[in-house]
Write a protein that binds this ligand. Sequence first.
Ligand code: NOJ
Length: 758
Amino acid sequence: MTYYKLLFLIFFSFLTGFSQKSQQAILIEQRVDSLLSQMTVSEKVGQLVLYSGSWDVTGPPSDLGNQKKLDNIKKGKVGAMLNVTSVAGAKKLQKAVLDHSRLKIPLLFGYDLIHGFKTIFPIPLAETASWDLEAIQNSAGITAREATASGINWAFGPMVDISRDARWGRVMEGAGEDPFLGSKVAVARVQGFQGKDLSDPHTLAACVKHFAAYGFAEAGRDYNTVSIGAYELFNTVLPPFKAAVDAGVASVMSAFNELDGIPTSAHKELLTGILKEKWNWDGFIVSDWGSIVELILHGYAKDQKEAAYRAINAGNDMDMEGRVYEKHLETLITENKVAIQLLDDAVKRILRVKFKLGLFDDPYRYLNEKREQSEIYTQENLEAAEDMALKSIVLLQNKNNILPISKKVTSIAVIGPLAADKDTPLGNWRGKAEKESAISLLEGIQEILPKSTKISYAKGVHLGLGERSFTNELTLNRTDDNGIEEAVALAKNAEIVVLVIGEEAFQSGEGRSQVSIELTNPQKKLFEAVQKVNKNLVVVLMNGRPLAIPDVAEKAPAILEAWHLGSRSGNAIARILFGAYNPSGKLPVSFPRHIGQVPLYYNTKSTGRPANAQGMVFWSHYTDERNAPLFPFGHGLCYTSFTYSNFKISKETFSKKEKITASVKLTNTGKVAGKEVVQLYIQDLFGSLTRPIKELKGFELVTLNPGESKIVSFIIDEKLLQFYTANKKWEAEPGDFKVYIGGSSYTDLVQKFRLTDL
Ligand code: NOJ
């Protein structure tokens, strides 16, 4: 941009009342252009290179040693680092750039911030169960504060992949199966990370991932092929990314998977066509770990040079640990195979974020030892983690109101492989958490109950065996059931039993797909044996994915879904068990009865044969299992009861220019105060493409005292009814709709309306 053009723009901006933000953006563009004009091709390529430090290993390391990496940093051949997680470490590298490289372009420091930095929050799937966007934003905000106090200025999160497959280990990292809820949560997390001002040293640049359709891996096997069509891509997969882009997300990570024959890390239509052009987004794209060099293994590039060529041409701006841009981009430019404008565009996108972060004004702005000592793992942050955990718990079942347990209980047996576990609640992406640093449920119960209560504990059976880590395979105990007898003896003599079973922390997460989503055999045996001797039984589940537990649901009166809840897991669960907190979580994923039902999701299509006809087999069903889930999307109970009445819509026919209101009276008909997530679902009855039987289109958290009522209303307008139609655009089609309101996706409280063109 020329000097005069800039002056004109600034003048114009004053005249038209441009905000300060826009003026800042103009200034940043000018600084980006000016810096770019001074850069050599080699320095430009350098900005596209992302190395991992050896502090933390979150992927297969490249063959380049630390010393060589440092040498390249000094030469200005590296733009960003990941997995450098201390101020001292980051300072050393930032100083290397500033002391030795010609243009002194500060490094970005990226890290996976999935559910906390050192203070660990519930896994993202669990947080989503709160449906509490403010709390989710706060959790991301605290994570950003802790990470930035440790030198990180770029979060590899939020993960916004919609998934309907419980076999896929990474369901724990996302917001579940629904694109509407997923979009809201994506925005909350981006805003939590980025705050209002990226140059505030307590905020950092976010990175939504994995673009795109990574959650639709065939057979739920991680990194596997994806072959969904345009309908699913636009209506289900892309909405959370689009929402994050609209919220100003600074970066996007391309995925490992191919999509219908093209690896997403070199998918021009996705990366350039949709993300950069159609959505007019000016952030930068980073590949996932090695996903550019993996184009060769995909069979999409014959060698590293071709991989670099394909990825940069597709619009992938930065190469994470793949080392193909660093090796081949300069040559590709010299040989005129890659246009310099393409390289310039990538560099500009990266520099723009560095300017926005304020790194050029002060490259050490995130590198403050005092903050590192005082702002991480504070009492206040731990309390926030506990609050989030309370909100994330879902009461799945509570027959005869066995919960909450009275604190006057005289004896309680706390049983199960996860009952005293201080590590599993930390979950899979536990950042810098100390091993074994979570409060176990046993500890939580001991803390909350009077000293006089007899609390007995038995592990019953082992779950994970031997060494456990983020990177290596986990061995599960599949046969040894030696401790069951001891557990049964305790269960027999206790007034009530709390049985804590489920999944190890490292059963879900990256590379942790499973063909079974049932409990391990020894846990099943333990459950059977315990429930035989004591019917006063509460099952607490800890898991990172939906589990198929039909037997538990049949025989245990109460089931509490406690996921992997983070640092203060035990305190939060205990408070709910003993009624100090009324649970309010609702499932963000359907829980199947059987693995054979997967992929299972509430917003399914009708099919041409949805219902049993004349007792014959010719309808869409299984002959050996029901179609329905064990627990549906949106389901969750509490210690009070809510009734819905007076469901009304303000007008039955309305045009695209109008809006209507759907309202309902919610009453707390129970004996204690409680919170309900009121959910709005819509069905578009006929479309240019077939439509789901129900789609979440709104929700509101309502807290009511006993006897209290509130009218809850939702606005329905043309925008809310849009989908990606046969015309290949987002629009609402005139026609008939049903609208449902209730406390889960299984609500049948229904009204009808018609949308007209005029
Ligand atoms: C691979 C994962 O897929 C991605 O989510 C993560 O951000 C990178 N590794 C870096 O750790």
